[in-house]
Design a protein around this ligand. Structure first.
Ligand code: ATR
Length: 276
């Protein structure tokens, strides 16, 4: 009988994870099945225990459980510890090990559009929530020293910088100050939910001061091209759509579970077919 995998979250109905993972099992000729489980916060503990004792081999964790699941796991890997959040769990003979593939998934997607070595880029992260933290700390771990953060609530950006475990030259900025000084950055990374379906006309800031060689990236992938990315494109800037991060975090999770690497391109085309 095949192995069971899944994702827990709320809301979960529109998750594309089952589509891409079930296709990956087909691609790799593995007998696995991936199911989306709707789990409310008050059922998190019971659900995690159930998945464990029922022998589910691995599962993803999404909003709003990425941080709160930690006390119910047996162990965390290095990345999950640093970020303080888990998006992938591996069931190793009854022990649940928490991982985080979001940051490395993001970096893999970014690698496809880089114009110079990762560490040579000056970056601006917009946002200071869980997603920003994962990306920021993973980039800092990779030796990126020049990363500024801007956020609606500046104190939250200051706090993330203060707690960053790696050497950095980061500063916290207001959105307005970052907007005025956008020409300083080679890569602009949008990590907030601004512009996400159904509020698709919203953007976090204007890109008109960005330098022509800038890479503009948005981790929102529904819609595939946010208004922010559309503005970037109109200005002739290089864009990186959020589908990339979504797909690469899934590739890395699938690898943790099965030790096999599915095709990111094939996963992307499934997402584009459905949302594009
Ligand atoms: P996630 O885990 O997706 O990062 P989060 O931890 O709730 O979610 O963080 C949400 C981020 O989006 C924060 O940076 C938040 O800004 P504040 O810290 O000021 O709340 C940002 N955000 C959400 N809605 C926003 C809006 N309408 N305008 C600007 N920033 C917004």
């Amino acid at each position: 009988m095949g192995n069971l995998y899944g994702v827990i979250g709320s809301p979960i109905k529109h998750s594309m994870s089952p589509d891409i993972h079930n296709d990956a099992f087909k691609e790799m000729n593995l007998d696995g099945y991936y199911h989306a489980f709707h789990v409310e916060p008050n059922h998190l503990k019971d659900s995690v225990h159930a998945l464990k004792v029922l022998g589910v081999k691995g599962f993803n964790v999404t909003i709003p459980h990425k941080v709160n699941i930690i006390p119910f796991l047996d162990e965390l890997d290095e990345t999950a510890k640093i970020v303080g959040a888990v998006n992938t769990v591996v069931n190793e003979e009854g022990r649940l090990i928490g991982h985080n593939t979001d940051g490395n998934g993001y970096i893999e997607s970014l690698t496809n559009v880089l114009k110079k070595p990762l560490q040579d880029n000056r970056m601006l992260i917009i946002g200071a929530g869980g997603a920003a933290k994962g990306i920021y700390y993973t980039l800092a771990y990779q030796g990126c020293m020049d990363i500024d953060l801007c956020n609606r609530t500046v104190a939250k950006a200051e706090e993330l910088i203060k707690q960053c475990p790696y050497e950095n030259n980061s500063s916290a900025r207001s959105i307005e100050m970052a907007e005025l000084n956008l020409k300083n950055y080679d890569i602009i990374i949008q990590t907030t939910a601004v512009g996400m379906h159904p509020n698709i006309t919203d953007t976090p800031l204007s890109l008109k001061n960005a330098k022509p060689s800038a890479i503009v990236s948005d981790i929102v992938y529904n819609p595939i091209k946010t208004t922010f990315l559309k503005e970037a494109e109109e200005l002739g800037l290089t864009i990186l759509e959020g589908v990339g991060m979504f797909v690469y975090q899934a590739v890395l999770a699938f690898e943790l579970w099965t030790k096999q690497k599915p095709s990111a391109k094939r996963m992307s085309s499934i997402v584009y077919d459905k949302l594009g």
